[in-house]
Design a protein around this ligand. Structure first.
Ligand SMILES: NC(=O)c1ccc[n+]([C@@H]2O[C@H](COP(=O)([O-])OP(=O)(O)OC[C@H]3O[C@@H](n4cnc5c(N)ncnc54)[C@H](OP(=O)(O)O)[C@@H]3O)[C@@H](O)[C@H]2O)c1
Length: 239
């Protein structure tokens, strides 16, 4: 590992092949960080790898379904084989399916919790030894404005995002005295694959790069400052 004043950062972003995760990988690759990411589809990961190949850091990608605990643990094991520290972990993977609690399909809550909460819970626990060895280690959890307010058609997605914010708050308390910063990011509507085909003016939603910029800005603060929560909405408000 580099030992100068500005060592290269080791950054793991889950779900980095699209949308907000991809914007974060790109932003941090531009800062010459090493990037490790994962998703379920290897073709998208290959595209990402090619797009980021102009930057100086490593770009490592893994095909993993983080909704399955076994795969999460195996993935953490693979990460430990290639890196012995993580400076920034972004628990970004998530999936959104609209619906209402009373009408949505059986199993929807389980699927949302597996993908949006348990993925972050199991991965963070498994990677903690590497995070503890990081330089100014920082964990980001990609929550949502749906972590704070219920809204029509939020259904089980909203429940899982409330839970992820709870996870983030508890982790913050537990790591306060251990030199590990924890930030919950709560974005409103942001252009990404989840909004593909939406017939809305471009300026009605935020750009994924805006969220990536917030991640880097929060990380850049001194180690004595922890941005606990960032809520960010489109200028025109929620949809
Ligand atoms: N966009 C918004 O308006 C918005 C607002 C608030 C919060 N968020 C949150 O921000 C995060 C990113 O959202 P996004 O809109 O950028 O989504 P997106 O464009 O759909 O990208 C999601 C990423 O996660 C990966 N992924 C999904 N399920 C996975 C699984 N089971 N295992 C591994 N990887 C998986 C996807 O790749 P594969 O499909 O190939 O697996 C992709 O790389 C999510 O947690 C979302 O809830 C988004």
């Amino acid at each position: 590992m580099t030992t100068n004043n500005n060592p290269i950062k080791y950054v793991l972003v889950t779900g980095g092949s699209k949308g907000i995760g991809k914007a974060i990988c790109t932003r941090l690759a531009r800062e010459d960080c090493h990037i490790l990411t994962c998703s379920r589809h290897s073709e998208d990961l290959q595209v990402l790898k090619e797009e980021l190949s102009e930057y100086s850091g490593q770009i490592l990608t893994y095909q993993v379904d983080l909704s399955e605990k076994k795969q999460v643990k195996k993935f953490a094991g693979e990460v430990s084989k290639v890196w012995d520290q993580i400076d920034i972990l972004v628990n970004n993977t998530g999936t959104f399916q609209p619906g209402s609690i009373l009408d949505e399909a059986e199993g929807r809550l389980e699927h949302m919790m597996d993908t949006n909460l348990y993925s972050a819970y199991h991965l963070t626990r498994a990677l903690m030894p590497l995070i503890r060895k990081g330089n100014k280690p920082h964990i980001f959890n990609m929550c949502s404005v749906a972590s704070q307010i219920a809204y029509p058609n939020g259904g089980s997605y909203s429940i899982s995002k409330f839970a992820l914010l709870g996870f983030s708050k508890v982790l913050r308390e537990e790591l306060k005295n251990q030199g590990v910063r924890v930030t919950a990011i709560l974005p409103g509507a942001t252009w990404s694959d989840s909004w593909k085909g939406a017939d809305l003016p471009k300026d009605r939603l935020m750009e994924a790069q805006d969220i990536a910029h917030l991640v880097w800005s929060a990380y850049e603060l001194s180690a004595t400052a922890d941005v606990e929560e960032i809520t960010v909405r489109p200028q025109l408000g929620d949809l």
